[in-house]
Ligand binder design. Structure first.
Ligand code: BJ8
Length: 426
């Protein structure tokens, strides 16, 4: 995928060059087959194509440049990690590779086979030496969300320093207090790592950068309410995936430019599909880049994905941090409030998520919901029952899918999705 010869940089980072070459070849081909074959893509997607083509090249070079200036790079796996605190001290927050079936043999030497694909993937990427982001990171931040992740971080820590934030499991006042304590402790960790103090001034800036990015993504999301949708679900997912590792200022500008173009399309009634195309809400486990399997199957089966109720989707962008705080304390409280609203299936009870799915169906005029759980992801697989019950009561059609990152079941999934779409069409 990359144009320039980045091999010397990858070698310095300790990557497994041969395996990494193979990975880029496979990804490059998959991107061509899945993304470049779409018709009527917005011009603004060219920027995203470029970012993807340089994800392991130019972007890593930029990270190495910023590190030379004394800035730190922090790798994460969850939308619970407050990017604002990292941005405040001139740091960069990057999502780490976790969306491809890679290094599985290595991963299964340290993890049970029946572990969710996302966890196996990040472990595999690290152990097989294939993720330049984790190699470039000064620190990895994990979280106690699901059991699989929190136990895997203990193992990952043997290979790369992994700081773990404790995430509450409920939403009582006591949990909020715990969460605030965690946030303050993380702030101290960031200060210790960077040797820089987080102040009201620099945190205000960090909050603004993260909020501006969310505002741009909210704009994109809102444009998908149009009938016909001006952008495919695959392209919109890609934008949400890239949000986790591109430079936030540049990315925000690019997304706003894309939205300007989409607004024109909506004004002129131009969309990527014909009227009458079934509109699908995908809900469930996150789809980390390059996990495009489900939207690819849906959109090549004659439907369009209009929203993702997911962390790689609107869950990470729906809430902004209140920007009215003047003191550091007020800003910390605003962060606590914002992150405490996240309705990941790791919480119990999690009525907010159920209500939200129904709201999204209405807002996006979705004709049906496809609930996607990564196989062995207990939180989402179990919560799917409550989702089903809630949607049944509202008369909303639902298809539940459980799958991993492998391609063996694509044919079977396609058959099930096509049958579901028949039902949706009535
Ligand atoms: S806030 S969804 S990003 S934890 S898929 S590893 S839950 S077994 S990723 Fe997530 Fe944060 Fe929650 Fe969002 Fe575990 Fe499930 Fe695997 Fe998962």
């Amino acid at each position: 995928m990359a144009q320039k010869d980045y091999r010397p940089m990858w070698k310095d980072l300790g990557l497994n060059l041969e395996g990494h070459d193979q990975l880029l070849n496979v990804l490059g081909q998959a991107y061509k087959d899945i993304y470049m074959k779409q018709e009527n893509r917005p011009k603004g997607m060219q920027y995203l194509d470029f970012v993807i083509s340089e994800a392991h090249g130019l972007r890593i070079e930029e990270l190495m440049e910023t590190k030379k200036k004394g800035n730190k790079v922090i790798g994460t796996f969850c939308v619970y990690v407050p990017e604002e605190l990292i941005l405040a001290v001139g740091g960069t927050c990057v999502g780490l590779c976790a969306g491809a079936e890679i290094g599985i043999d290595e991963a299964e030497k340290v993890l049970p086979r029946n572990t969710c694909a996302l966890i196996k993937s990040f472990m595999g990427f690290k152990l097989a030496g294939l993720c330049p982001y984790i190699q470039a990171s000064d620190l990895v931040v994990g979280e106690t969300t699901c059991d699989g992740k929190k136990k895997a971080y203990e193992i990952l820590n043997d290979y790369k320093e992994t700081y773990v934030m404790e995430i509450p499991q409920m939403k009582t006042e006591r949990d909020r207090t715990l969460w605030k304590g965690e946030l303050i402790q993380f702030k101290e960790k960031v200060e210790e790592l960077t040797g820089r103090k987080i102040t009201a001034e620099n945190l205000k800036e960090g909050i603004k950068i993260a909020n501006d990015k969310r505002r741009a993504l909210q704009r994109l999301s809102a444009l998908r309410k149009a009938i016909p949708s001006p952008i495919s679900g695959l392209d919109a997912l890609l934008v949400n995936q890239i949000a986790f590792y591109d430079d936030p200022l540049r990315f925000t500008r690019a997304v706003n430019d894309l939205c300007d173009e989409l607004e024109e399309r909506v004004k002129n009634g131009i969309g990527v599909t014909k009227n009458g195309t079934p509109r699908i809400l995908v809900s469930g486990s996150p789809m980390a880049v390059p996990n495009w399997k489900i939207p690819f199957i849906i959109e090549t089966s004659g439907a369009i994905v209009v929203a993702e109720e997911s962390c790689v989707g609107e869950r990470s962008t729906r809430d902004l941090v209140d920007e009215s705080g003047k003191t550091l304390d007020e800003m910390i409280d605003a962060l606590v409030d914002r992150y405490f609203k996240i309705d990941c299936a790791c919480f119990t009870p999690n009525q907010d998520r159920l209500d939200h799915i129904v709201d999204l169906v209405k807002a996006f005029k979705a004709d049906g919901v496809i609930h996607y759980s990564i196989q062995f992801c207990t939180p989402y697989t179990v919560e799917a029952y409550k989702v089903e019950k809630t949607l049944q009561q509202k008369g909303i059609l639902l298809l539940k899918i459980e799958t991993d990152y492998g391609m063996e079941d694509v044919g079977q999934l396609k058959t099930r999705i096509e049958a579901f779409l028949e039902m949706v069409r009535g």
